[in-house]
Design a protein around this ligand. Structure first.
Ligand SMILES: [Zn+2]
Length: 74
């Protein structure tokens, strides 16, 4: 399970993690954030998340307006 936050439809809740950063409600694949317990991940999944985070680094859509969210990543 992971917590998803979608900037498109406003979804904020838990859903099954399928290894992709896609909104469980609207299927949007941008402006979506997911928080996954690191202890729940396999090493391969953790690597995938890290790669995804690196890929999204610098994306303005990723830097959303939730206070402190952008600052905590770092
Ligand atoms: Zn959505």
């Amino acid at each position: 399970m992971a917590r998803f936050q979608c900037h498109e439809c406003g979804f904020d809740g838990h859903a099954e993690w399928h290894g992709e950063l896609v909104c469980p409600r609207c299927g949007c694949d941008h402006g979506v954030r997911a928080a996954i317990g690191i202890e729940e991940m396999t090493e391969a999944e953790a690597d995938a998340i890290e790669a995804l985070a690196t890929e999204l680094e610098g994306s303005e859509e990723w830097a959303m307006d939730e206070d402190g969210a952008a600052n905590r990543r770092g």
